[in-house]
Design a protein around this ligand. Structure first.
Ligand SMILES: Cc1cc2nc3c(=O)[nH]c(=O)nc-3n(C[C@H](O)[C@H](O)[C@H](O)COP(=O)(O)OP(=O)(O)OC[C@H]3O[C@@H](n4cnc5c(N)ncnc54)[C@H](O)[C@@H]3O)c2cc1C
Length: 491
């Protein structure tokens, strides 16, 4: 790390200058546009003031949507006529303070940019969602998860304060205590229906340059989940510390756990952003080493395994497919175009194939019931591979709109594909079966994709009572859609 990368601003924290700082940990992205010539906090204040004026000038009753360049939502609503709130400029890391291990970050900063800024100081956010264009605001108001979640919980649990433009046009600073503590607790899983996060202060943790991976194979889910529970409790396996933990199910009798441990050196490192494919390596090797940046983005290059839908895993196509397009945001744009023009649907009809239902979900199931969920999933849904990621809340209090039990180790089960619809089955049939099973097993379902709950069930599961209270306080005129309208009715 070079000192020229750092400029002191208020209270001893330091403005981040990626161009100067990026040398110490390879991140694979170009330096950001951060500049040391203007005070980022002054620029931030001006941007907030412009945004508020814009918001207040919208005609009352006009639907509002957040204007940003990227999205990782998997609900493709019809092109909206709602007023767009231009928030793209709030995409900077304002400062990183290596002494307090905190960063001050604007709400639309992507994790790609955030990780680049913090790795320059040998630090990273406590949880880094796998997809490069997920933003901090998106991961906090929606939910995020990654392989540190068994020890660090979810991204919103390392937020110290948030500046929020609320539905009634005010800007408030919400903290775990004080006047807006209710909003702070209710913001995660509110999906921009109470307000928009404009700036967040987050905790960071130190990294080492490399991650050593061990891929353990199990011949059934019970055995794998028992090992996951042990590691979840001890953060260690066979006497070695475990810093990262996730898993992949390729079939009933082929389950892997991947254990990651920070190290200062590596005999050699792998690169899965070229011809080789990370998820295949799990089946092929028992040990591996990656630079910390390559580890954090290991799932982005092939969107876990979903790039295969575009042929990108075929050796010839992969050679021709430009490296800069091997990214999750490129694949998502292709899917969005496919949905907009209903290309796959038309092709299925032409080939007289059954219609397909998109089953793209992440659910959290208590670890003691995850084998049961997988059994159901193999029998009735049949998608593979499946991603497993353990998580335990960091906080001892539940978060009201996504009430996981703080004492429980959950497993996030992620599956992203399509399933044929049988005769008499309408679109939503498989997703609804999954919702019912998740509920029966006392799990929870993330809301970033399609949601099929009837209203009464939805509000029971996502704490309608607390939500209504927050909505009355922070968006009394209902300028932003409510959570049910947004997630289920896709408004
Ligand atoms: C295939 C797939 C796999 C996924 N896997 C993972 C995973 O493994 N780990 C993980 O963490 N997540 C995963 N996600 C989910 C993803 O984290 C969420 O969809 C997240 O909310 C997206 O953040 P975004 O920044 O792209 O937000 P957007 O897609 O732009 O917005 C998401 C929602 O949040 C609201 N929002 C966005 N920014 C703000 C803000 N600043 N303030 C208030 N509200 C805001 C928007 O209004 C919108 O309702 C996955 C998604 C997909 C499609």
């Amino acid at each position: 790390m070079t000192d020229v990368s750092i400029r002191r601003v208020r209270g001893g924290s330091r403005v981040y200058d990626a161009a100067a700082a990026g040398a110490s940990y390879r991140t694979g992205v170009a330096a950001t546009s951060s500049s040391t010539h203007t005070d980022p906090y002054a620029t931030h204040s001006r941007a907030v003031s412009d945004l508020c004026q814009h918001y207040r000038a919208l005609p009352p009753g006009a639907p509002v949507r957040l204007g940003k360049k990227t999205s990782n939502l998997f609900r493709f609503r019809p092109p909206t006529t709602g007023a767009r709130l231009p928030a793209e400029s709030l995409d900077r890391v304002l400062s990183v303070d290596p002494t307090t291990r905190t960063a001050d970050v604007q709400g639309m900063v992507t994790y790609e940019r955030l990780v680049e800024a913090t790795l320059a100081y040998g630090l990273m956010p406590l949880v880094v969602p796998q997809l490069k264009t997920i933003t901090l605001g998106g991961a906090v108001s929606g939910l995020g998860i990654e392989s540190t979640s068994f020890r660090n919980g979810l991204p919103h649990e390392s937020v110290a304060e948030m500046e929020i433009l609320t539905g009634d046009g005010q800007v408030v600073t919400a903290r775990p205590d004080g006047e807006h503590a209710g909003l702070f607790a209710g913001f995660p899983n509110s999906y921009g229906t109470l307000g928009y996060a404009l700036r967040l202060r987050i905790e960071l943790e130190p990294v080492q340059p490399y991650v050593r991976l061990r891929h353990l194979r199990f011949s059934d889910a019970d055995e794998a989940l028992a090992t996951m529970a042990e590691i979840g409790a001890d953060a260690a396996h066979d006497g070695d510390r475990v810093d990262f933990l996730d898993g992949v199910v390729f079939g009933r009798d082929e389950v892997y756990l991947t254990l990651g441990t920070f190290t200062d050196s590596a005999p050699a490192t792998s690169d899965y952003s070229g011809q080789r494919i990370y998820y295949r390596s799990i089946q092929q090797r028992t040990e591996d080493h990656l630079s910390v940046a390559d580890y954090l983005w290991r799932w982005d290059t092939d969107w876990f395994w979903c790039s295969r839908a575009f042929g990108v895993q075929h050796p010839l196509v992969r050679r021709l497919w430009p490296r800069r397009w091997r990214r999750s945001d490129v694949y998502r744009r292709l899917v969005a175009a496919d949905r907009r023009w209903a290309l796959s649907d038309r092709l299925d009809r032409l080939r007289r194939r059954p219609s397909q239902e998109a089953v793209i979900q992440d659910v959290e199931v208590p670890i003691g019931r995850t084998a049961q969920f997988l059994d159901f999933f193999h029998s009735e849904i049949g998608i593979s591979p499946i991603w497993l990621c353990p998580l335990k809340l960091r906080s001892s209090n539940p978060w009201p709109l996504y009430p996981l039990n703080p004492d429980e180790l959950y497993v996030n089960v992620g599956f992203w594909s399509t399933v044929p619809l049988g005769p008499g089955q309408d679109d939503g049939f498989h997703n609804r079966r999954i919702e019912e099973m998740v509920d029966a097993l006392e799990g929870h379902k993330s809301l970033y994709s399609t949601v099929h709950y009837p209203a009464d069930e939805f509000w029971r599961r996502y704490n309608g009572q607390d939500y209504e209270q927050l909505k009355r306080t922070y968006d009394p005129d209902g300028r932003l859609p409510d959570l049910y309208d947004k997630c289920v009715r896709m408004k």
